[in-house]
Ligand binder design. Sequence first.
Ligand code: PLP
Length: 263
Amino acid sequence: MSSKPAVLCFSGLDPTGGAGIQADIEAINSQGCHATAVLTALTVQDTHNVHHFECVESQLILRQARAVLHDMNISAIKIGMLGSVAIADAIHCILREHPLIPVILDPVLAAGGGSSLATSHLIDAINKLILPHTCITTPNTIEAYKLADCNETDNDQYIIEQLTKTGVKYVLLTGTHANTLEVEHHLYCGTTRLQTFHYKRLPDEYHGSGCTLAASLAAFIAKKIDIIDATQQALDYSYNSLIHAQSLGNGQLIPNRYYWAPK
Ligand code: PLP
């Protein structure tokens, strides 16, 4: 009997269930894949913002990931909130031990409400330790400026050149934060733009949209779907989750990642 592809997730816990590991598990399960979960941090948050977080001890993360990887056949690794340089270091060790597993990085630098989730030292560590081992990263424009140490006056091409220097293979530059009428997401391979994906701009704000995108993309890559189709399917799935999002708290809406399930 053939088994489901499994994805190893390194993510933080968001107790609202909107973002972080719960978003990953829901998005990965929705594509018929199995999610395995190594928590990097526990956060205190509501649907408005993150108020506090505490990191999991990095050696524990290393041991958990090694135990899973020793036991199971992992088809993709999805990385979300890292929390600390020590955790970036631990995950770097894992990536070096498993160079053939594709890595999908959602560079979680700030919460939707604005709280910082990464220091400048952690941003350096992402550039030096994680991006060189990454197949595809999914920054929004704000995250891309920060990673590439650019500002809004720099054009997309310059930002992509800077990101590509880290060694990352593909960049999906998401356009929800850009000042355009429609939302345009651009997929790059190195500095070459492979494809642009267009979506209607939705009026609301969402808690966990980036996690939904990167985790579903990890699942499609785990299913060995080629990068352009995997990106298209992950963007379609995420857009549908947002269209069906629900107002479960007083702040941002929570994507409905099970919109496809029977009511
Ligand atoms: N992961 C965790 C644990 C978070 O707390 C957050 C934001 O608060 C995110 C990821 C990123 O969320 P989003 O997908 O809304 O960018």
